[in-house]
Unconditional design. Sequence first.
Length: 156
Amino acid sequence: MDPNHYRFLSLWPLPAPAPAVYRALERVEDYPHWWPQVREVTRLGESGGIIRIRSLLPYDLTQTMRETRRDPDAGVLEAALSGDIEGWARWTVVPHAAGALARYEQEVDVRRPLLRRLALPGRPFFRANHALMMRAGRRGLAAHLAAAGRARGEAV
């Protein structure tokens, strides 16, 4: 097993319709407004951008994202990632219970030299850091969707 290779899966049940969740997730430039660990997004045209992320651990990750699939009918958003981490990430949004389920999958290799050197002792901390980031993202997106629903006069 390569200690610099990671696979992540997060499931976000959200109390909003799947199309609204999908629309929020496709607007990557808005992530810093509702996801505390996404510190900055710089758009590079219609299908890409540079994202700077910092969670609990004292380092920033910078990655370039290039959209590889956008399929609103299937609820899929997929991107290739390069930079400090290299690989891919995918959102799949489907109706679920009284709202939606956003499934986040990511498979990446760490490329940042310091993190590669810390691969073995740091792995549990890196995984925990990712889990904390994803929990905060789900809470932030739920609040963002609720505020948008209230602004449209919808019951939340």
